[in-house]
Design a protein around this ligand. Structure first.
Ligand SMILES: [Zn+2]
Length: 119
């Protein structure tokens, strides 16, 4: 389950950045998870709750994880047809060629976070 190590990285990066801005806690973390990013949102949430209980970084029991889903989209470079692919490598449903580029769906990143310094 690589979501555990991904979540560790996210919490470390966010905690470090928050502390460098003078925040003593993190209220909310927004993470974008693409449908084709190979990250399972459920597993990511489980990992988050696990580390939240441990108090990793500057998380506390009120920190929220907000997962934003990004739908997969591909565009055929031959006929310019746009569609929702099931996999990273897709055949164009219109012309049948494999000349398609993923437009979205591979994203996995921290979009933003909210920190505060109230105790
Ligand atoms: Zn096509």
């Amino acid at each position: 389950m690589h979501e555990m190590s991904l979540m560790t990285e996210i919490i470390k990066i966010v905690s470090h950045d928050a502390q460098s801005h003078g925040f003593s806690k993190v209220d909310k973390i927004d993470v974008i998870v693409g449908d084709l990013s190979n990250v399972l949102p459920d597993a990511l949430e489980l990992a988050f709750f696990h580390f939240q209980r441990q108090g990793l970084g500057i998380l506390d029991e009120n920190t929220q994880l907000n997962l934003v889903r990004e739908e997969a989209k591909a565009k055929c470079q031959t006929c310019l047809f746009e569609f929702v692919p099931d996999y990273r490598i897709a055949l164009c449903p219109k012309c049948g060629l494999a000349n398609c580029l993923l437009v979205s769906g591979e994203t996995f990143r921290v979009e933003s976070y909210e920190g505060s310094d109230e105790l």
